[in-house]
Structures are given as structure tokens and as C-alpha cells.
Write a protein that binds this ligand. Structure first.
Ligand code: ZN
Ligand code: ZN
Length: 272
């Protein structure tokens, strides 16, 4: 296992392990590059929904101290953030201010909230057909790509399908081809990284986005891909890394992107 760029510690309210424990576990597991991407929820709706927001100063102080002690030749820990996208000027200003103040090593831009609801919760789907619920989500992702603040990675594309109530909840490229093409081409044109997220809980996929979307991304010329487990505790760090690497390799990808610079060879571990 070489890398994981999407994980959380207790600085994100919903995670279970301390930052120190997450970092030392990653190191022990033999990861070469390890990134923590705490939740940054800055709009009023999300702060209320998730029950608060991160203590940014404490997080970065702890993370920078750990980097001083843990980073070496074989292990690099990055202190990143998962910015919760909302199409509001106030939110854009806040994210820019956070970036200027703390300079996170990298930023994952993620859509969790659409039409005033968290789109992995039941309320989001009330009265919505699958086609409508998923296209509204994808439209919000498309909007998020134009966010006027620095970001590197597009987080968990397909998140809306994780807990959707439909009998066939899988989100497919073929059902939203135009929207997906617009999203994928924009990611490529802007030089951003498409994340493959192995926390697909209930999405009827092993990872998000699934191979149909990744196939199209590759065909359009997309090569920048990052791996993220979305682990909220130690045991899930790097989960399905081998499975994702094997899938990416079979699609033609030869490397993973490091959002902090450079490429990571796409090596499929012996044990998947
Ligand atoms: Zn997320
Ligand atoms: Zn996350």
C-alpha cells in the first residue's frame, strides 16, 4: 500500500481516532504518502447539520508538529482538508481565508449538500425520482468545479448513491452521459485530480466513481487519479487499495497522482 489521501481524525466530528493515532497507524501499515483531509464545514446549514465545525488552529498546530516528528525518507504525512462545497459567496470567502491562513497541503473539494439537504440522508430523496435526485447532485458537482478557491482533488464523485432509497441505486455513466462528460472534461481542463474513493457503503459499487465513469475519464484523456479510503478510524486506512489499483491498471492508468506534487507508481499489491 503506497498512499491514502482521504482520511479523517477526531478533528472531524464524526471520526473515531486521534490524529496522532491515525498518522502512526498509517506509518506502521507501511504507507509511503499519507494525507488527512479533515472536514471543513463553514456554511450555517452544514455547521448545524454536522453539529459544529473543526477547530482549525488546533488541527493545523497538531498536524504541523506531527509532520516535524514523523516525516522522513519513507513516510510523508500531509495535512489537508475536505472543503464542503456550497455555492455561496460567503463560503468562497471563508475557504479563501482558511487557505491563506493555514495553507493546507492539499484540498479535496466535495459536494455533500444539494437543494438544502445532505444528499446521503433520507430527506434529500423525498419526492425525488432517481433521475432527478442524481442529476441535481451532478449539477452541483459541476458547479463545485468552478469554485473560486484553491482545491486539488474532486472528492467521491457519485456520493449521492451511497444511501439512496431506490431498488437499483447504482449511479451509471450511461444515464447521465452529458453531465458526466461536462464534469470529466472540466476536471481535465482545469488540471484537477479525480478521486477514487473506496468508501462506497451501499452504493452498489466497490468504489466511487465506478469503472464506467473511470473508463470514460481515461478515454477523454484524464490521467490524474488519487486514492482515498475516507477512513474515519485506523482499521479502514488504505481499505481496498489493492482492489482499486488493480481496477485502474486494467483500465490503462499507470500512476496515481500525489496532490502535493508528482506521481505515485500504480503497483498492485500481492494481496488484494
Ligand atoms: Zn466527503
Ligand atoms: Zn471524507
Amino acid at each position: 500500500m503506497l498512499c491514502d489521501f482521504h482520511t479523517h481524525s477526531v478533528y472531524s466530528g464524526d471520526a473515531k481516532a486521534t490524529l496522532r493515532d491515525m498518522v502512526s497507524s498509517a506509518k506502521r501499515m507501511g504507507l509511503r504518502y499519507y494525507g488527512v483531509s479533515e472536514h471543513f464545514d463553514v456554511d450555517e446549514f452544514s455547521i448545524k447539520l454536522y453539529g459544529g465545525s473543526i477547530d482549525m488552529a488546533a488541527y493545523f498546530m497538531c498536524a504541523r508538529a506531527l509532520q516535524g516528528g514523523e516525516n522522513g525518507e519513507d513516510f510523508t504525512f500531509y495535512a489537508g482538508g475536505e472543503f464542503n462545497f456550497m455555492p455561496e459567496d460567503k463560503v468562497y470567502d471563508t475557504f479563501n481565508r482558511i487557505w491563506d491562513t493555514y495553507h493546507p497541503d492539499y484540498v479535496i473539494n466535495s459536494v455533500h449538500v444539494v437543494d438544502g439537504a445532505e444528499c446521503s440522508q433520507a430527506a434529500y430523496f423525498e419526492g425525488k425520482s432517481k433521475q432527478y435526485a442524481y442529476s441535481r447532485y451532478l449539477e452541483q458537482v459541476r458547479r463545485s468545479l468552478d469554485a473560486p478557491y484553491p482545491y486539488d482533488i474532486v472528492g467521491h464523485l457519485g456520493y449521492v448513491s451511497r444511501r439512496a432509497p431506490y431498488p437499483d441505486k447504482k449511479i451509471r455513466y450511461a444515464d447521465f452521459a452529458d453531465l458526466y462528460d461536462d464534469i470529466l472534461k472540466t476536471i481535465i481542463n482545469k488540471g484537477k485530480i479525480l478521486e477514487v474513493n473506496s468508501s462506497a457503503r451501499g452504493a452498489e459499487s466497490e468504489f466511487l466513481p465506478d469503472t464506467d465513469v473511470l473508463t470514460r475519464y481515461f478515454a477523454l484523456g484524464g490521467r490524474r487519479i488519487s486514492f482515498g479510503s475516507d477512513a474515519h478510524w485506523e482499521a479502514r486506512i488504505g481499505e481496498k487499495y489493492g482492489l482499486v489499483c488493480a481496477a485502474l491498471k486494467s483500465l490503462g492508468f499507470t500512476a496515481l497522482a500525489n496532490p502535493c506534487g508528482g506521481e505515485i507508481p500504480l503497483e498492485v499489491p500481492d494481496e488484494i
